[in-house]
Design a protein around this ligand. Structure first.
Ligand SMILES: Cc1cc2nc3c(=O)[nH]c(=O)nc-3n(C[C@H](O)[C@H](O)[C@H](O)COP(=O)(O)OP(=O)(O)OC[C@H]3O[C@@H](n4cnc5c(N)ncnc54)[C@H](O)[C@@H]3O)c2cc1C
Length: 507
């Protein structure tokens, strides 16, 4: 008997249910699945109802709930947008739908999966509850305690999504501070159109905030600031890049040469790979050195689409190779790499649509938007907020927190649950603020002394080092791995049966 507690009812839950149905090989006993979600069933935090300027950050043709069908969302979109009309062409694979539309797709597909599961005799129950604690039961399973009661389960899957804002300058409680910008349509509505707005952070949340202000007709200055002042990259067209230098053989050769893998060796391989593909490697990597202006980098990317060689190369590195590189790097090299490049790695892994970049650049060229690096302090006093960034002192009327905390520092529902898991010896931290998991099985690595358990994690909880684990493709791959593990355990207890084909179709 498989009784699964799926904690979090966002994208991971939808993807896991879909993967379980797709991979099912039959069995004597239908699984029982309990989805716990108190707030955002189906769509999670990212894809809730919000402004149309908040776009998905991968093209329609690559945002899907299925890893093996990257156009699944695109097909849904075309069915739901109706036939093309003059002035409204058919949604393209290269377009970027509003995130709220993707949220509708997720909800639709969750309903379709629930229906398909019911037809197979599975029991799928949604509990609008927050899970507070998970502890080991005497029979090797788990006791899942929520604000609605306690349930015994054989397996637990954590898909609790991204952490909240970090509030790095401890501004909570100040009347001029907005602790987070979502939903954009409500949170930013009270900002006076002529005021100077300071956005703490320069990642995708900060970009969302700028776009929402511009869409609302904001006239006052807007300043984005962070320590490095690095904006998300502009998403370059996908490019097939068969690696010839920075591949597994190249990594092994550098390890043999130096006795270990170093940042310097990776940097050399990157240059060799770029040069072998005909790029001026020094010029391409020059954009990633400190001191380059955010506006100039945006302009370069927008005027040379397809030439963002570093991003194309980075996105061509297959996951197993990335994992092998990560595993081969000594801890001190990883720590130094994160110190030097974490914002850059994040900006490569979380790019923005070109149309978004064009809006930012046009606000920069108009003198309304600035990006500052070197922020040292932000404080609020007497109805205003002041930031020290490099040599500049910037005073504004409002500050918006657009930062994101690591899982280790998360508060709220995620933070409480993770603290309980650690207290109970079910989870340990990785070195960079996420939960340690076995990448091959997605199982949590418990405290010393306990063997592998039936508790899995997918998404942001498992991130923290050089990997970004929260993008839809990463969530899909994680859900596939977890589904395979769960079904293998069921198959080992049940008699084999015919492999079922993928049968869920979204209305
Ligand atoms: C603003 C924003 C925009 C994003 N845009 C994109 C994008 O365009 N493309 C992309 O690939 N990725 C995007 N992401 C990343 C995105 O988070 C993932 O793609 C995806 O939503 C992650 O799915 P998830 O299931 O891990 O988290 P979510 O979909 O956020 O679901 C987690 C759920 O867990 C619930 N939960 C938390 N704690 C508990 C608890 N203790 N008990 C019960 N339930 C709990 C929460 O209520 C939440 O609904 C974005 C993220 C954010 C924050």
């Amino acid at each position: 008997m498989l009784r699964i507690a799926m904690i979090g009812g966002g994208a991971t839950a939808v993807s896991l249910l879909d993967s379980l149905l797709a991979q099912e090989t039959g069995g004597d006993v239908a699984p029982e699945i309990h989805i716990y979600e108190p707030a955002h069933l189906g769509h999670g935090v990212a894809f809730r109802d919000d402004l149309d300027c908040a776009l998905i950050n991968l093209p329609n043709g690559r945002m899907s709930i299925r890893d093996d069908q990257r156009d699944h969302f695109l097909r849904w979109l075309r069915r739901h947008e109706g036939p093309p009309r003059p002035g409204r062409p058919e949604p393209g694979a290269d377009g970027f739908a509003p995130r709220r539309v993707f949220g509708r797709y997720l909800r639709d597909h969750l309903a379709a999966c629930q229906e398909s599961a019911r037809e197979r005799g599975w029991r799928v129950t949604v509990h609008p509850e927050t899970v507070l604690d998970v502890a080991r039961a005497h029979d090797g399973g788990f006791l899942v305690r929520s604000d609605g009661g306690t349930r015994a389960c054989t397996h637990v899957v954590l898909g609790v999504g991204p952490g909240g804002p970090a509030d790095p300058y401890r501004l909570a409680g100040s009347p001029v501070f907005l602790g987070h910008p979502y939903p954009l349509k409500d949170r930013l509505a009270g900002i006076s159109p002529g005021s100077h707005v300071l956005i703490i952070g320069t990642g995708l949340t900060a970009v969302d905030t700028v776009l929402a202000l511009l869409a609302a007709g904001h006239r006052g200055p807007v300043t984005m600031l962070s320590r490095r002042g690095v904006l998300p990259e502009v998403l370059a067209p996908a490019r097939d890049w068969p690696l010839t230098r920075a591949d597994a053989a190249g990594i092994e050769q550098r390890k043999a040469r130096d006795g270990t893998l170093t940042r310097r060796a990776i940097w050399e391989l990157l240059h060799e790979e770029l040069a072998a593909a005909g790029f001026d490697a020094r010029a391409e990597t020059g954009w990633y050195r400190p001191g380059r202006s955010a506006a100039d980098h945006l302009r370069h990317q927008l005027t040379h689409p397809g030439a963002n060689a570093v991003q194309s190369l980075f996105l061509s590195i297959p996951t197993p190779l990335a994992r092998a590189i990560r595993a081969a790097l000594p801890e001190e090299e990883v720590a130094a790499m994160l110190n030097d490049y974490k914002p850059r790695l994040r900006s490569l892994q979380c790019p923005m649509p070109p149309a978004t970049a064009r809006s930012l650049l046009s606000a920069m060229d108009a003198g309304q938007l600035r990006v500052l690096a070197g922020v040292r302090e932000v404080r609020s006093a007497r109805g205003s907020v002041t930031a020290l960034a490099g040599d500049e002192v910037v005073t504004a009327q409002v500050a918006v927190d657009a930062t994101r905390t690591t899982p280790a520092r998360a508060k709220g529902r995620q933070g409480r649950l993770v603290a309980a898991l650690r207290r109970n010896g079910l989870a340990t931290w990785n070195a960079y603020g996420g939960l340690a998991t076995d990448p091959g099985t997605a199982r949590l690595i418990p405290a010393r002394g306990a063997g592998p358990l039936g508790i899995f994690a997918v998404g942001e909880l498992t991130a923290g080092d050089i990997y970004y684990a929260s993008s839809l493709p990463a969530v899909n791959r994680g859900a596939d791995v977890v589904a395979a593990q769960l079904l293998a355990e069921r198959a080992s207890r049940a008699r084999p049966a015919r492999r079922a084909a993928r049968q869920v179709s979204t209305p």
